[in-house]
Design a protein around this ligand. Structure first.
Ligand code: F6R
Ligand code: MG
Ligand code: MG
Length: 365
C-alpha cells in the first residue's frame, strides 16, 4: 500500500446493558449497519469492553479527519437512539453536546489514532479497558518500551537497543513533553507515576521516528466540569520487527496493577486482563477490565481479532486480580481503596461539610 494508512479507534459509552456492565447486541448491530459500505473506510471492526462501544476503523484520511470523526459521531448518535428505545442505562451518556463541530475530540468519546506506512507485515494490538482512566496505560507502556525486565528486545535486538521516545500529556494544564528512554527514565517517572494527571499519549521508535503506540487521553469528567461518565481508555500498539514482540506487549498485564475508576469512578482496583467473553464488570461494578485484540493489517484490512487475554496463560493474573479485589473490598469506604478526595467522581463532601459547618470548632483560636 503506497499511501499511509490511518488506524482510528473511537469509543463511547452510549448506554449500558445491564446497568453499567455491558453493551446490548442491538447497539453493536446499529454500529455495524452505520459503518457498513462507507466509502471513507477501508475496513472496520465493531466491538465492546464492558459498557463501552468501540469502533476500530482503517482509512487513508489521516488523524483528526473531520469525515471519520463525523462518521463515528453519527454512529454513536444512531446507537443512542437504539439505546433510548430499549431504555438502556445512561443512554447517550458520553455525548456531551447535540452538535458535532468538525472534530470529535472534546465532545465526549475517546480517540486513539495513528498514521503509518504499512510494513511488510503489520501486527497491531488494540487494548480497551473499562472502569478505569487513561493513565492506566502508563505502567504497561513504560514496561513495554522502557523496562528490560519486561522487554528483552531492548537488550538483545539491535533494532530496539537505542530505545523509544515517550510523549507525555499533562491533562490538567493541557500541555505535553517528550522524554527519551532509557536516558531520561528517572525524570519521566516523576510524572508518569502520577497517572491521574500525566498520561503517555504516544510512543515513537527513537532511531526511525516510527509511531509505536497511541492512546486516548480524554478525561470526560474534566471536560464536562462535572461527573458525566468515565474516561475508559483505548490504546493501539504496533508490534514486531524492531518494535516489541506481541508477547512483550502483553506481558505487563500478567501482573495486575492497581488503577483508578472502580465503583462510581471513585475506587482503586486491579486491572484484570480478560477475553471478550468475560469483559462485563460485575462485582462492585468491576473489577476494572482490559481486553487485548490482535489484528494483522494487510492493505488496510483488519484480519482478526485474536482475543489474547482469553488464553489460559492469563488465568493466574485473573486469580491474582480477584485476590487483590478481595483484599481491597474489605477496606470498604477507606483509602486507598476509596480514591483520594480530589480524585473521586462522586462525592457528598460539600453537602456534608455544609450541614456540619457549625459543629466544627476552630482549634487555632
Ligand atoms: C460507571 C461506573 C459505575 C457507576 C455506578 C453508579 O462507568 O463505573 O460504577 O458509577 O454504577 O452509577 P449511577 O450513578 O449511574 O447509578
Ligand atoms: Mg456506563
Ligand atoms: Mg465504561
Amino acid at each position: 500500500m503506497e499511501k499511509e494508512l490511518t488506524l482510528s479507534v473511537i469509543k463511547a459509552d452510549v448506554g449500558g446493558f445491564v446497568g453499567h456492565s455491558g453493551v446490548h447486541p442491538d447497539l453493536l448491530d446499529t454500529a455495524k449497519a452505520m459503518l457498513h459500505g462507507r466509502r471513507e473506510l477501508i475496513d472496520y471492526h465493531v466491538t465492546h469492553v464492558g459498557d463501552d462501544l468501540n469502533l476500530i476503523m482503517t482509512h487513508q484520511l489521516g488523524r483528526n479527519s473531520g469525515e471519520i470523526h463525523k462518521l463515528a459521531w453519527d454512529t454513536f448518535i444512531a446507537c443512542t437512539d437504539t439505546a433510548r428505545k430499549l431504555k438502556l442505562y445512561g443512554a447517550g451518556q458520553d455525548l456531551l453536546t447535540d452538535a458535532f463541530s468538525g472534530n470529535i475530540k472534546g465532545l465526549g468519546p475517546g480517540v486513539a489514532e495513528m498514521q503509518f506506512k504499512e510494513r511488510k507485515s503489520e501486527p497491531v494490538i488494540i487494548f480497551m479497558a473499562d472502569k478505569t482512566e487513561p493513565g492506566a496505560w502508563n505502567l504497561p507502556l513504560y514496561k513495554i518500551f522502557a523496562d528490560p525486565f519486561n522487554t528483552i528486545g531492548l537488550v538483545i535486538d539491535p533494532n530496539m537497543h537505542d530505545g523509544f521516545l515517550f510523549e507525555v500529556r499533562d491533562l490538567i494544564k493541557n500541555r505535553k513533553v517528550t522524554f527519551a528512554a532509557p536516558e531520561e527514565i528517572y525524570d519521566m517517572l516523576v510524572f508518569i507515576g502520577a497517572p491521574g494527571r500525566y498520561c503517555i499519549k504516544r510512543v515513537f521508535h527513537k532511531k526511525t521516528g516510527e509511531i509505536a503506540a497511541s492512546s486516548s487521553t480524554q478525561r470526560l469528567n474534566i471536560m464536562a466540569g462535572r461527573y458525566v461518565g468515565k474516561d475508559d481508555p483505548v490504546l493501539i500498539v504496533r508490534c514486531q520487527s524492531g518494535l516489541p514482540a506481541v508477547g512483550e506487549v502483553l506481558e505487563p498485564f500478567a501482573n495486575p496493577h492497581l488503577v483508578s475508576g472502580w465503583m462510581r469512578g471513585s475506587h482503586s482496583g486491579p486491572l484484570m486482563p480478560v477475553g471478550l467473553g468475560q469483559c462485563a464488570p460485575t462485582r462492585f461494578d468491576g473489577p476494572p477490565r482490559v481486553v487485548a485484540l490482535g489484528f494483522q493489517v494487510a492493505e488496510g484490512k483488519l484480519h482478526g481479532p485474536q482475543d489474547f487475554f482469553a488464553d489460559v496463560a492469563f488465568d493466574r493474573a485473573r486469580a491474582k486480580a480477584n485476590q487483590m479485589a478481595d483484599y481491597l473490598r474489605r477496606l470498604g469506604p477507606f483509602e486507598p481503596h476509596r480514591l483520594h478526595l480530589d480524585e473521586m467522581e462522586y462525592t457528598t463532601l460539600p453537602q456534608v461539610s455544609k450541614k456540619l459547618k457549625e459543629r466544627f470548632v476552630d482549634l487555632r483560636k
